[in-house]
Design a protein around this ligand. Structure first.
Ligand SMILES: NC(=O)c1ccc[n+]([C@@H]2O[C@H](COP(=O)([O-])OP(=O)(O)OC[C@H]3O[C@@H](n4cnc5c(N)ncnc54)[C@H](O)[C@@H]3O)[C@@H](O)[C@H]2O)c1
Ligand SMILES: [Zn+2]
Ligand SMILES: [Zn+2]
Length: 375
């Protein structure tokens, strides 16, 4: 049946209020307007950013449909859309690429100003959501919303991928893989023989470890308060696992003592100012590079020891591995298909969408690296 131009009724998960349990509801999804794409989702991962948003720590407006790490097939397109067509396999992009703003036009920038991650963009309120439930407007999350059978996304936040891509897995390449693997290989450009420390061994931290290993790091120190994460982290390349709760001294001091001089590269993949500080303090004073990947709660602040900044360390924030999303992320799918990167160890669980609550239970119990929901 041709559904284009028609409102589609389907199942979606709604966060009605901060910290509430998601509920699966019947929603109406309007057809895409000019410059928009309606996607039938095949799979979506549960990312730490979704958990932050559901808890009310980010800029999401309730009620909203969470999720951003999605893979699906284009169902229909709005006027003026040229880069994708119905039937194309695509990934949703939490950071779009408009190719017009100052970030997109700069050779290094990727944090497109048309993103919806930071409240300053103000886009959350611009009425771009195409969802209603029981007659009530439902907001989107990060302009993507993938915990739904169908979503409507701006064309600038859609990446066409290889027709051969396995749709039950490649959703990870929408966020986790470029974010983590990309932070190491593309942003930090981790060097052969270097020492790295990764704070947080969840989905993103695990992909960072993969990137450090692929770049030839000789020592990778993994830090997490959940020791259940350690065996999988070791299998991915972590050489030393640290649980900060097992030490009387700050973990950054432990890293300094283990390495003698500090790490060449430190990555924070948790999203807390304390662990960001610990990552900074774990780096070599002169040439250490600290990459902040975790998204901290709104209005939290980071306080650095000001006199120590002069010694030369670098701190850098990084979103989706600094990739210009529409130009680059589809190459990671091709790399996966050509066995140049292996994302399979990052997929620890796959569950049907209607087992969303079980998936979140597993996530909150710290059992998953990534759990993928299948439609
Ligand atoms: N910058 C980006 O482009 C980007 C993209 C995706 C996710 N993120 C952010 O990355 C962070 C991690 O996301 P994820 O999907 O890996 O989440 P996750 O929940 O899978 O992983 C977080 C890990 O941190 C550990 N942890 C929690 N508190 C800790 C503490 N105090 N000390 C040590 N370890 C601790 C947890 O046990 C868990 O293993 C989140 O803040 C998320 O918002 C950023
Ligand atoms: Zn994500
Ligand atoms: Zn832009």
């Amino acid at each position: 049946m041709d559904t284009s131009d028609k409102t589609i009724t389907c199942r979606a998960a709604i966060a009605w209020a901060a910290n509430s349990t998601l509920s699966i509801e019947e929603v109406q999804v309007e057809p895409p307007k000019a410059g928009e794409v309606r996607i039938k989702l095949a799979s979506t991962g549960i990312c730490g950013t979704d958990d932050h948003a559901i808890k009310g720590l980010l800029s999401a407006i309730f009620p909203f449909i969470p999720g951003h790490e999605g893979a699906g097939i284009v169902e229909s397109i709005g006027k003026g859309v040229t880069s994708v067509k119905p039937g194309d396999k695509v990934l949703t992009l939490i950071i779009p690429q408009c190719r017009e703003c100052s970030s997109c036009l700069h050779p290094k920038g990727n944090f497109c100003e048309k993103q919806d991650v930071l409240p300053s963009s103000g886009l959350m309120l611009d009425g771009t959501s195409r969802f209603t439930c029981k007659g009530k407007k439902i907001y989107h999350s990060f302009r993507t919303s993938t915990f739904t059978e169908y979503t409507v996304v701006p064309e600038i936040a859609v990446a066409k991928i290889d027709d051969a891509a396995p749709m039950d897995k490649v959703s990870l390449i929408s966020c986790e893989v470029p974010t983590g693997y990309g932070a190491a290989v593309h942003s930090a450009k981790v060097t052969h023989g270097s020492t790295c420390v990764v704070f947080g061994l969840g989905g993103i931290g695990s992909a960072i470890v993969m990137g450090c290993k692929a770049s030839g790091a000789s020592r990778i120190i993994g830090v997490d308060i959940n020791e259940e994460k350690f065996p999988r982290a070791r299998a991915l390349g972590v050489t030393d696992c640290l649980n900060p709760q097992k030490f009387k001294k700050p973990v950054q001091q432990v890293v300094m003592e283990m390495t003698g001089v500090g790490a060449d590269f430190a990555f924070e993949a948790i999203g807390l100012s304390d662990t960001m500080l610990a990552a900074w303090d774990s780096c070599h004073r002169s040439y250490g590079v600290c990459l902040i990947v975790g998204v901290a709660p709104l209005n939290s602040k980071l306080s650095l020891d000001a006199p120590m900044i002069v010694s030369g360390r670098t701190m850098k924030g990084v979103c989706l591995g600094d990739y210009k999303t529409r130009d680059c992320i589809h190459h990671l799918v091709t790399d996966y298909l050509q066995n140049k990167i292996n994302i399979d160890p990052l997929v620890t669980h796959q569950l049907p969408f209607d087992q969303l609550h079980k998936a979140f239970e597993l996530y909150h119990a710290g059992k998953t690296i990534r759990c993928i929901l299948l439609f």
